[in-house]
Write a protein that binds this ligand. Sequence first.
Ligand code: C2G
Length: 133
Amino acid sequence: MVKRIITYGTFDLFHIGHVRLLKRLRALGDELYVGCATDAFNKMKDKSSIIPFEERVEVLSACRYVDYVFPEENWEQKPSDIEGFGAHVFGIGDDWEGKFDYLSKHCEVIYLSRTDEVSTTQLIQYVQCIPKR
Ligand code: C2G
């Protein structure tokens, strides 16, 4: 039986924190499916991304730990995604601890520790401080 893992995120300015999370999730099973937040959904999350959706999908698809990427368009789609894809485990960083426990009706729910000292916001702030040439 193929053990399928599922997760969701924006994955803007792809960085080591994203890689380490995807690597650990993939190690829990045989396949990792990733819901990538669309630009429209990010607006709903009050979270704009620098890199457009299509490019964030291309970057995720190039990651060795990712088997399939699909659009995350709203908060409500997770249960039908889990059923539709036949996912056995939903995993996400522990900055979401407890927020997705309701999915335990559909699959195992796990929260993995985030990678400290790195975030998209910090990367943006760092780049903004670099003096223009
Ligand atoms: N992450 C991490 N370490 C970091 C930064 C992010 O482990 N230093 C993890 C987050 O916990 C998340 C994933 O990487 O599991 C993607 O992070 P974001 O792109 O910030 O995703 P987010 O905005 O949290 O969207 O429906 C769920 C949402 O789409 C999650």
